[in-house]
Write a protein that binds this ligand. Structure first.
Ligand SMILES: *Cc1c(COP(=O)(O)O)cnc(C)c1O
Length: 364
């Protein structure tokens, strides 16, 4: 087991043994009661990650990667007869804008530099100037750079100006605070294989229950229609073949999540690991790409070390047993990223720091 490299990419993550073992549970059909029980159990456990969500939300579970959940949210809930504002400060905001474009939905983009903080003044101006905007899409943790977008202000503006907020929380769900009460988002999309530490293949959207009663779906896709899943899932059913083994893994990962005291404990553990990296690497010449207090708990972006392009750094670290992650698009030549989710302890971080010391920074 120790032969496979430690995954420091932002999902999929290195699994714990109990999650890996869970995938060995019996093969089942998604039209049988055992499946319904499994799915209903997972739906309830997902709402319990932030317990206040149980009051007003339903978790819609889908087979697909994180993008599947985000696109299902966008495709089913972004109206065709009013505009959706997308706040972009990285790859994933821009991806939601693209989803609106391919679905032919009226969209307005509010774009910041990748990594730049969201300027609330500009959000407010957008919303006040254009009363055709009914919905707002935002990414919680922009994995592109690791900036944790502060959503208190965005959510307050949405509430005061009566707009519906929808959040891509794929890389924050289970690892950061999501305020279902105060932010009261219409929907939050996430996936199993990031802060929840399960395998890729299952994604989910928490949607305000009322939405299914009062509204119709805007979906222009059969597979991505949340309303269709919602009907089937009342009794635990699924409209399409489900990733049964990935659901087993998620079920076990959620049990482990609760056994280890939930998102706060996970956040604290991540913060400890990340803090050590954020102190050690800059001291060796790899500066943080963002101000330290802008970062989320689960990923950090660093400037590439002197004399290394990304590929060279990647290959060297892979030889030492670590998978790291590149910057996207123009950031490829500028930074590299280290995620600290999954089965990872401080000893792993210390070993990585030693490798940097011995193999990367020798002579500097
Ligand atoms: C990982 C991620 C996604 C989804 O990516 P997939 O590759 O489809 O799993 C979406 N948004 C954010 C912020 C992410 O970090």
């Amino acid at each position: 087991m120790s032969e496979s490299p430690l995954l420091m990419n932002p999902g999929p993550v290195t699994l714990t043994e109990s999650v890996r073992q869970a995938m060995q549970r019996p093969d089942i059909c998604h039209h049988e009661q055992v499946f319904f029980d499994l799915l209903l159990g997972i739906k309830a456990k997902l709402l319990d990650v932030y317990p206040v969500a149980s009051r007003d939300y339903e978790a819609i579970v889908m087979t697909g990667s994180g993008t599947c959940a985000v696109e299902a949210m966008v495709n089913s809930l972004a109206p065709s007869d009013s505009k959706t504002l997308v706040i972009c400060n990285g790859v994933y905001g821009e991806r939601m804008l693209e989803m609106l474009r391919v679905a032919n939905r009226p969209a307005v983009a509010l774009t910041f530099e990748w990594g730049e903080a969201i300027d609330l003044q500009r959000v407010e101006t957008c919303l006040i100037d254009d009363d055709g905007i009914s919905h707002v899409l935002v990414v919680h943790n922009e994995t592109t750079t690791g900036r944790l977008n502060s959503l208190d202000g965005v959510a307050a503006l949405c509430q005061n100006l009566k707009r519906h907020l929808m959040i891509d929380a794929v890389s924050s769900f289970g690892g950061e605070w999501i305020d279902f009460d105060y932010w009261s988002p219409l929907a939050v999309a996430a996936s199993a294989n990031k802060c929840l530490h399960a395998v890729p293949g299952i994604a989910f959207v928490l949607v305000q229950r009322q939405q299914f009663v009062q509204q119709q779906s805007y979906a222009t896709s059969l597979y991505l229609d949340l309303f269709c899943y919602q009907k089937f899932q009342q009794q635990g059913g699924a409209p399409f073949t489900s990733g049964v083994h990935a659901l087993y893994a998620l079920d076990a990962a959620l049990d482990e999540f609760y056994k280890r005291s939930g998102w706060q404990a996970r956040n604290q553990h991540y913060r400890q690991l990340a803090s050590r990296l954020r102190e050690a690497l800059p001291a060796m010449g790899m500066a943080l790409y963002l101000p330290e207090d802008a970062f989320c708990s689960m990923i950090t972006s660093f400037h590439l070390p002197e004399g290394f392009n990304y590929q060279r750094l990647h290959d060297l670290l892979l030889d030492e047993g670590f998978v790291i992650y590149a910057g996207q698009a123009a950031l490829n030549g500028v930074l590299f990223r280290l995620a600290n989710m999954g089965s990872m302890e401080m000893a792993d971080i210390e070993r990585l720091i030693d490798v940097f010391q011995e193999k990367v920074c020798r002579g500097s």
